[in-house]
Design a protein around this ligand. Structure first.
Ligand code: ZN
Length: 165
């Protein structure tokens, strides 16, 4: 496994739509493992392919609780319900945080790393993380959605803020 370089701020790749993954081969498995390791290194809750410069529809999420670690291929939101206003950050915008409106609950269909179809019913933080990462696959960034006037810039050494995704 290896730490991959993160893409930041105005990097064009962050604004592009990522492509479907047709075959889950060793290269994809290696990418998934690297993404998980990279996310952990930077204390993230989630990471999407474009953030490591790979325009493929793959995301990793870890909420650091039992059963809350996911590697998802070609994830799709099938249902969304309710609304929550949440504080959000992003590993690609390490010093910015703001409030974003997200669904309270979502159902997501994807393939796992073995290529099995999975359906995840998520609420609260997991729903937020899934929406944030799936947005990345469509070139949509949290700063595009931030509630007006809530974007804050934090000094890099201030680690007291929320985790990034
Ligand atoms: Zn992000």
């Amino acid at each position: 496994m290896a730490i991959r370089n993160l893409r930041y701020d105005n990097d064009e790749i962050l604004k592009k739509r990522a492509r479907e993954i047709e075959v889950i081969d060793d290269k994809i498995r290696e990418l998934a493992a690297d993404m998980m390791e990279t996310m952990h290194k930077y204390d993230g809750l989630g990471l999407a392919g474009p953030q490591v410069g790979v325009l493929k529809r793959i995301i990793v999420i870890d909420l650091y609780e039992e059963g809350m670690q996911f590697t998802l291929i070609n994830p799709e939101i099938k249902k969304a319900k309710g609304e929550q206003i949440v504080e959000e950050g992003c590993l690609s915008f390490p010093n910015q945080f703001g409030k974003v409106k997200r669904p309270k609950e979502v159902e997501v269909e994807a393939l796992d790393i073995e290529g099995r179809k999975v359906r995840i019913k998520a609420k609260d933080l997991l729903a937020q993380a899934l929406c944030h990462e799936i947005d990345h696959l469509n070139g949509v960034l949290f700063i595009d959605k931030v509630e007006p006037g809530t974007l804050e810039y934090i000094q890099p050494e201030d680690k007291s803020k929320n985790k990034n995704s």
